[in-house]
Ligand binder design. Sequence first.
Ligand SMILES: Cc1cc2nc3c(=O)[nH]c(=O)nc-3n(C[C@H](O)[C@H](O)[C@H](O)COP(=O)(O)OP(=O)(O)OC[C@H]3O[C@@H](n4cnc5c(N)ncnc54)[C@H](O)[C@@H]3O)c2cc1C
Length: 462
Amino acid sequence: MVSIAEYNAKTRTIPLSSAPDGLDRCSKEAFLYLHPLPTIRCTKMNSTKRPPIQFGNLPDFENTEQAFAHLNSGQLKKAELLFSTVGNPTLVKLGKVMMNIALALRIPVGWAIRPTVYSHFCGGETIAGCEATISTLASNQVNTILDYSAEGKDSELEWDRTQQEIMRAIKATEGDDRHAFSVFKVSGLASTALLEKIGTCLRPLENLESATISLNETEQAAWQRVKNRVFDLCAQSAAIGKPVFIDAEESWIQPTIDALAESAMRTWNVEQTIVYNTVQLYRLDRLAYIQSLTKTAATEGFKIGVKLVRGAYMEKERERAFGLGYASPIQPDKAATDRDFNAALEWCIAHLENIALCAGSHNAQSNALLCQKMDELGIDRDDERIWFAQLLGMSDPISFNLARSNYRVAKYVPYGPIKETIPYLIRRAEENTSVSGQTSRELELIRRENTRRIRESKKLKK
Ligand SMILES: Cc1cc2nc3c(=O)[nH]c(=O)nc-3n(C[C@H](O)[C@H](O)[C@H](O)COP(=O)(O)OP(=O)(O)OC[C@H]3O[C@@H](n4cnc5c(N)ncnc54)[C@H](O)[C@@H]3O)c2cc1C
């Protein structure tokens, strides 16, 4: 078994030329992405004949048979078509413009979206409508995280409605072991201008109760409503004993989200870990944040719940920083984000006496690193303090192979009326363009499974 230090050193420096011959550049990158360890044997092979990742009995993320067992051949073909389409940046840009026009002009788009991107990335329009997805995941040992996907609300009435729907989602998880966590975004419950303003009054890790926040009377009342919405959701989660994630968002509203999450952790994370804050390691300051939070929690006597992610708003962050003339809070490059993400995993796993973590990632290397580290430290794969999570319709080879290897795995299952989920779907399509490289990973494995099934059925016919 390689040490973590060796693993880190090798994974960051493997040259493209060390991938097997006979692969195109894209497949070579996909190969190196999935085979980072020095134990790979680079014998000549084609893209459908690759060895599994080789470290002990850790999960094989290349096992497409297990990964896609929950999809019949028709569904798999549909997934292939979908990822081929979203892999085309021009089509995605065009689709985004057309969606935004259709939304502005109130042209119905459900007929185009429902059978395609929506059915792939969302569970249904309501909680009940997600039942088929929830039970398919559960029968493959993957848990659900119901994610109400309404975004861009801007009135007290809408924030109240969103909070009520999230409350329903939380209550729906009670006594149902198929649900691992609940989740919400603070921006769905509050004005972003208010969140931003409050953030400017807060010092890092300052206790919200004692912070001096200067607001006028109207803002004060609005802020109280925001706190009530957030804390009522946390209190309900605590009452039913099911943990809740607070998603991370843009850096200019994150100080307020952090303060709310920390305050909720102080209240509800004393005996159990109910509230999980999210930490985006594409930010320069976040590894230090986790380390400081660990000290604060130890001193004040509460437990930390943390969902580690790389971060979803990189372009927006950089554009705003550039436009307003301040230093970008984002890491200089992908390697720096990867380094901090993996370091954060290692930090959390080394402080499990006080930290429960969820790795929210589609990155095979980081997931493999966490598995390897757990095995090295002799941590039970079923330990309830360590979870892996992916989004519905993405990285099935990671989710389902982890679950088959007895790790705790959950998928975000976004739901909501089709119109409401469009911003989420556009983000998924953009994340999956070939520019960002996600598609090559997904598509390559889907194609490989299609090929495998065709070969199997030919064998059976003989
Ligand atoms: C279960 C789950 C929950 C999530 N919750 C949140 C959340 O609450 N908040 C949130 O913001 N995101 C969230 N995400 C999205 C997440 O932050 C990532 O955008 C997404 O998962 C891609 O990162 P990755 O770890 O899967 O892998 P990869 O594909 O290896 O990494 C891609 C990520 O690396 C970073 N990156 C890429 N290029 C560069 C560069 N040039 N310089 C610096 N960094 C770069 C970006 O963050 C990019 O998204 C969640 C994802 C999952 C799976």
